[in-house]
Structure formats: structure tokens, C-alpha cells
Design a protein around this ligand. Structure first.
Ligand code: NAD
Length: 342
């Protein structure tokens, strides 16, 4: 009897000894083996990020914060300084990014820059290896990204086009909408990498479809931006308080994203710090119009909107945030659409 009581008393102690032994084994042997294995197998390796601009600086920062090893490149090394200080690795060329990373992401202004990145003398094409995935998050031409996808395939590399929406605020908070075109299996492989960047990830079709959906979004956004400027200048000039106009329209049928979210941070505060620049909006309107020509879809409204943006660019506003479109109209009508306390 005494023997059984003694055994019972010893059990909790043995359990504690076993737990400690297992934990030591885990920490000293199992974890390093686990990490080494996953690194060799490739899926947790370094991520490449190219294009550390208004959007890319936040997107890449979020990847670092999520614990990914990052290899970065931009035409301007100083743009990546904040990332290098936090452990990111600088790469002198896109080729070396492709050589050391299985997944490469880019966020560049548009088609000519993506072409240079891929086909340039030290471009991605020269460094790609079979099994790599390239995710272009720029707002790009569907024609360009499809050509890149065909050429990449000849090297065994998959391409996804994954433009984003949500602006620099969305990039900072990881709440971007990511609109993906390409092979579903490749998206599955990079999904975890995209998650710190955007919390709404949509797969909309084959490669190129991400940009088609994004261009449709942006032409609608550009139209809302232009008509919101005209509407508010008219309302204020004709004698209604802008604060009251905003409150009425944001709960009425004229509401739109530009009025509800962008105007309070930009126009109302006279703050046109570059976020989504007029020049980038012009590039997107041009790409949407080219798509319309290719598919025989008339776009008279988009053509008029393009003229409004061209006018703003000609007036020297190209590097300002897109809502700065209103400045021209304010100037010629002698009206200001500003709000002290919304
Ligand atoms: P940006 O001009 O601020 O940044 C682009 C970066 O790419 C710059 O740092 C530039 O030096 C770098 N670059 C250009 N060519 C390069 C090359 N060949 N190799 C390496 N680096 C190169 O642009 P952004 O505002 O960050 O926009 C990036 C993309 O995201 C654009 O396609 C834009 O249309 C899209 N976008 C922007 C916003 C926004 O609010 N800014 C919102 C949604 C989508």
C-alpha cells in the first residue's frame, strides 16, 4: 500500500522532469532543425521587394514587421534607408534580388518601369530560377504584364499581377485591397506573404485581370474626383456652407470614397502632400482608355476626365495628391472649399 502511495506522490514530479527535458530538447535541437528545413525547402526564405516609393515603403515595412527577411532594391538607395536600419538587405540590382529570393514583389510607377525592371541589363529575367514567383503590385498595363508572364514562363517562373487600392493610409495600416490576376496555385503559395500588406485579397482571373479590375476602379475614382470638385465649388460659390454640403452628401446619393475619405484629409485642410499623385492618376486614365480602344468600348466621360487631369498637370500640379484637381477650379472661380472643424 505504502509503495502505491509513494508512486502516486512521485507522478507529478516525474511529469515536471519530463516537461523540462522535452522543452530543452525542443529549444536546442528541434527548432533549429525545423527552421533550417523550412529555409531549405524554400517557403519561408527571404522576400524580395523592389520599388520603395509612397506605397512600397509601407508595404515592405509591414513585411519586415511580420518577421520576413527582406532583400530590397530601388533606383534610389536612400529610399530604403529606414528598412536597412531595421535589418533589410540592400541589393544592387533586380537580378541579384531574383537570384536570392524565390518570391519577388514590386511596386513601381507603371509599364515602362516594370519593363526596365524585368528586361533591363541587370533585370529580373537575368536572375530568375525555376519555381520562382513574381508579384507585380504596380498599377500596370494588362498587355505589359501578360507579355512578362509569357516570357517568365519560359524560365519556369509564374507571374501574378496584384495591384492595390486603399492609398498610402491603407499601405501603412495593412488594409489595402489586393486585386490578383494569375494562377490560383501561385496565389495560394504567396498568400501568406500578401496578408500583412492587405486584408482584402481577391482573385479575379488570369494574369492581367488584376490590372483590368484595378483600371476600372481607378477610372471610376478619377471621375468621382473630378465631379466632386465641380459640385463642391458650385455649392460653395452659390452660397451653401461646405461643412453642411459634406454632411448632407455623404449620407445621400452623391456620396463617394473621394468625398467621404479623401476630402477631409486633403482639400478641407489645404493639404496636398503627395499620396496618389495627379501624374499617377493620369497614367491610369491613359491605360483605361487604351483598354477601351482595344476592346471597342467608347469612353467619352473618361476622355473628359483625362482632360481635367491634363489641365492640372499643365498647371504644375502633377506631383500633388489627386484631389488637388480642385485647385484650378477654385482659382478661376475665386472660391475656396476649406473646413476648419468637420
Ligand atoms: P512612387 O513614384 O512614389 O514610387 C515608385 C518607386 O519605384 C520609387 O521609389 C522609384 O525610385 C522606384 N523605381 C522606379 N523605377 C524603378 C526601377 N526600374 N527599378 C527600381 N525602382 C524603381 O509611386 P507610388 O505612389 O508608391 O505608386 C506605386 C504604384 O502603386 C503605382 O503603380 C501606383 O499607380 C500604384 N498605387 C499608388 C497609390 C498611392 O496612393 N500612391 C495607391 C494605389 C496604387
Amino acid at each position: 500500500m505504502a509503495f502505491y502511495v509513494l508512486q502516486l506522490l512521485m507522478l507529478p514530479g516525474m511529469y515536471i522532469y519530463w516537461s523540462i527535458a522535452l522543452e530543452v530538447f525542443d529549444k536546442t535541437l528541434c527548432l533549429p532543425i525545423y527552421y533550417a528545413r523550412t529555409r531549405i525547402m524554400g517557403e519561408t526564405m527571404e522576400i524580395g521587394f523592389i520599388g520603395i516609393g509612397q506605397m512600397g515603403r509601407h508595404m515592405s515595412q509591414r513585411l519586415l514587421d511580420a518577421g520576413y527577411d527582406l532583400a530590397v532594391n530601388d533606383l534610389r538607395k536612400e529610399a530604403a534607408q529606414h528598412l536597412l536600419e531595421k535589418g533589410a538587405k540592400w541589393m544592387d540590382t533586380p537580378k541579384s534580388v531574383a537570384e536570392s529570393c524565390q518570391f519577388v514583389l514590386s511596386s513601381l510607377p507603371g509599364p515602362p518601369e516594370v519593363e526596365e525592371l524585368v528586361y533591363g541589363p541587370s533585370g529580373l529575367m537575368a536572375g530568375w530560377k525555376k519555381g520562382d514567383i513574381y508579384v507585380d503590385m504596380s498599377t500596370n498595363s494588362p498587355v505589359t504584364i501578360r507579355r512578362v508572364a509569357v516570357d517568365a514562363k519560359s524560365k519556369g517562373v509564374e507571374v501574378l499581377d496584384a495591384p492595390v487600392s486603399g492609398g498610402t493610409q491603407g499601405a501603412k495600416s495593412g488594409t489595402l485591397t489586393i486585386i490578383v490576376g494569375g494562377n490560383a496555385h501561385s496565389l495560394q503559395r504567396v498568400h501568406k506573404v500578401l496578408e500583412p500588406i492587405g486584408n482584402k485579397i481577391f482573385h479575379v482571373g488570369d494574369v492581367g485581370c488584376g490590372n483590368i479590375a484595378k483600371l476600372v476602379n481607378n477610372i471610376i475614382y478619377a471621375g468621382c474626383n473630378a465631379i466632386t470638385a465641380e459640385g463642391l465649388v458650385l455649392g460653395v460659390k452659390a452660397g451653401v456652407d461646405v461643412n453642411k454640403l459634406w454632411k448632407v452628401i455623404t449620407v445621400s446619393s452623391g456620396n463617394n470614397w473621394c468625398l467621404e475619405y479623401q476630402y477631409p484629409r486633403t482639400v478641407f485642410q489645404n493639404n496636398f502632400e503627395p499620396g496618389f499623385r495627379i501624374n499617377l492618376a493620369l497614367k491610369d486614365i491613359g491605360l483605361a482608355l487604351a483598354l477601351g480602344k482595344e476592346y471597342g468600348v467608347p469612353q467619352p466621360v473618361a476622355t473628359a476626365v483625362e482632360q481635367k487631369f491634363l489641365d492640372a498637370k499643365a498647371a504644375g500640379l502633377g506631383d500633388m495628391a489627386a484631389p488637388a484637381l480642385i485647385l484650378r477650379l477654385e482659382e478661376i472661380t475665386g472660391t475656396q472649399v476649406r473646413v476648419q472643424n468637420l
